[in-house]
Design a protein around this ligand. Structure first.
Ligand code: NAP
Length: 534
């Protein structure tokens, strides 16, 4: 049966849920969600230790004053169950569920240029015809799983961290292999180490991590926020990462070594997750300064980990701090002082196969009962690319993006009219606090749609020229930053054979949002709007 609605929203994560709330007052909206619950990232990532690394008073919705006043976060950095509980609370409180179709994947979409309608097909066999599509498909949605041979021969269980069983997993008495030491792996490792008989951590590239200093949220601090929540939210949006980390104007070059050390120590103990990256104003732009911070973290690792050999293996040396997303941990380095934890260096001795009893590296076999792959995601483009999307003149998105994603403002793709992305390629994405910036992008998108309706337009598209100019700008601002100097999901280098350049806007959220606002205020610069009879 074919259904007609105004707007289809893909994904009921935090941005998709807010899009439903924002738009359903004026439009007929329908949201498809692959999971059988809401919350997106915080629905799927239920591995032990999963928790946000931005303080929860910030990492939460701002759109409703009563919600932000009434909701109470138990901890400074909330754990996954609390974030999922919050997503469900919001879905119930704002009656979003009636617009959300769970356990339903959008498989295919085709734009009909004659009617200016998208035809959206789901895995449940239904077709929905709509005027606009908002893809709130998430930056970190499609798991990246290693494809070594022999997977089917392994007699134990294999779990990617996004596929953790809902009922939990009893790892006591088990020999567990954890592959991957990104933000996910370093969060899971301490919890697994506490339970397992033995934990083998298979590390290819060590990460820089700082202690989160997580703690129960104290009432005084919470009240401080709530006394002027709206004001603080406004301040957040003026900051690079849409977060109230403490920025400084001081260059490391203007400090004595003793002053540098004192500032680094203070940042390390700040209990504010990203503080190491802003301890001096030039950490992200001056390699000499960046080296000072790197060496400080390496010193902390060497002080924490008793085995000098293990400590050296844990010290990152091949890329600058901040080049990959900084990790934030709860006792990660400390686990290597336990008798039941072994660090395996798979850079020098790579994993080559699954075996019936575990994993094989080039030089050794490891007997394991459970393998956990914390191997990350086909990030940023993965979720869009797994949908068969056909734009004007039968052009497929997979073809258009075969050499890497092209967008204008990270929001629209030339030749794919009336299709908007939230946190799309070349938005600040994880460089900025994703709930608040997702809300901002949804509001911007909703305003664009409102303008279309009010002014009698039927189609909005962008142009290859606008895309090129935007990409030149995105490239230009990433030059000279540390981001260009690391292989990671930011540039797709974490996925073998993935093409495309740097996919994140690193000019900061204020500059990004100003570009979006400027385009609209400048008579929709870079966009082409047309009426149905045009
Ligand atoms: P990730 O940062 O991409 O890390 C994946 C890890 O798996 C890396 O250590 C990688 O090694 C390793 N790996 C991948 N393929 C491998 C292979 N074939 N053999 C050996 N090792 C392999 O992924 P993630 O840890 O899931 O984190 C992704 C992002 O999610 C983070 O950057 C962050 O934005 C977000 N996140 C946030 C939180 C939080 O808020 N606290 C928690 C988790 C995740 P290489 O580095 O050598 O490729």
């Amino acid at each position: 049966m074919v259904k007609n609605v105004d707007i289809v929203i893909i994904g009921a994560g935090f941005s998709g849920m807010y899009a439903v709330h924002r738009l359903r007052k004026d439009y007929d909206v329908l949201c498809f969600e692959a999971g059988d619950g809401v919350g997106g990232t915080w629905y799927w990532n239920r591995y032990p230790g999963a928790r946000v690394d931005i303080q929860s008073v910030e990492y939460s919705y701002s759109f409703d004053e009563d919600l932000q006043q009434e909701w109470r976060w138990p901890e400074y950095f909330s754990a996954q169950p609390d974030l999922e509980r919050y997503a469900n609370h919001v879905a119930d409180r704002f009656q979003l569920r009636e617009h959300i179709r769970l356990s339903t994947m959008v498989q295919k979409m085709r734009f009909d240029a004659a009617t200016n309608r998208w035809h959206v097909h789901t895995d449940k066999g239904e077709e929905v015809i709509c005027r606009y599509v908002i893809a709130a498909t998430g930056s970190l949605t499609v798991p990246n799983a290693p494809n070594w041979p022999g997977r089917e021969t392994f007699t134990g269980d294999i779990y990617h961290t996004t596929q953790w069983p809902r009922e939990g997993l009893d790892l006591s008495g088990k020999r567990v292999g954890l592959i991957g030491t990104g933000s996910t792996g370093i969060q899971a490792a301490p919890l697994i180490a506490e339970q397992a008989d033995h934990l083998f951590v298979f590390q290819r590239t060590p990460v820089f991590s700082m202690p989160s200093g997580n703690r129960p949220l104290d009432a005084e601090y919470e009240n401080e926020w709530k006394s002027d929540y709206a004001g603080r939210r406004k301040e957040m949006l003026k900051n690079y990462g849409a977060s109230l980390v403490e920025y400084t104007d001081i260059s490391a070059h203007d400090c004595t070594p003793e002053q540098q050390e004192a500032m680094l120590e203070q940042a390390w103990n700040s209990k504010k997750a990203m503080q190491m990256l802003v301890v001096f104003r030039d950490v992200m732009t001056d390699m000499a300064v960046n080296d000072i911070v790197c060496e400080f973290v390496r010193k902390k690792i060497r002080e924490t980990v008793k085995s000098p050999q293990t400590a050296e293996l844990l010290c990152p040396t091949t890329y600058p701090i901040g080049g990959k997303r900084l990790c934030v941990d709860n006792g990660y380095y400390e686990i290597y002082n336990r008798d039941n934890v072994t660090l395996v260096d798979v850079k020098s001795d790579p994993i080559v196969a699954y075996t019936p009893s575990g994993l094989r590296t080039a030089k050794a076999d490891y007997d394991l009962d459970v393998i956990v792959t914390a191997t990350g995601f086909d990030a940023i483009t993965g979720a869009m690319m797994r949908i068969d999307i056909e734009g004007v003149d039968g052009v497929k998105l997979a073809d258009k993006w075969s050499d890497g994603p092209t967008t204008y403002l990270g929001s629209m793709i030339a030749g794919f009219p009336n299709l908007f992305m939230i946190h799309g390629p070349t938005t600040p994405a994880a460089q900025a606090q994703m709930i608040t910036t997702g809300e901002w992008q949804v509001n911007w998108t909703a305003d664009v749609i409102d303008d279309m309706e009010r002014e009698g337009y039927a189609r909005i598209d962008t142009t290859p020229e606008a895309e090129n100019q935007w990409h030149d700008h995105v490239d230009m601002i990433s030059e000279g930053t540390v981001h260009k100097l690391a292989d990671s999901w930011y540039n797709g280098k974490n996925i073998e054979g993935k093409k495309g350049g740097f996919m994140i806007y690193v000019g900061g959220f204020p500059q990004y949002s100003a570009a979006c606002t400027h385009a609209v205020h400048n008579d929709y610069e870079g966009f082409v709007r047309s009426r149905s009879d045009a």
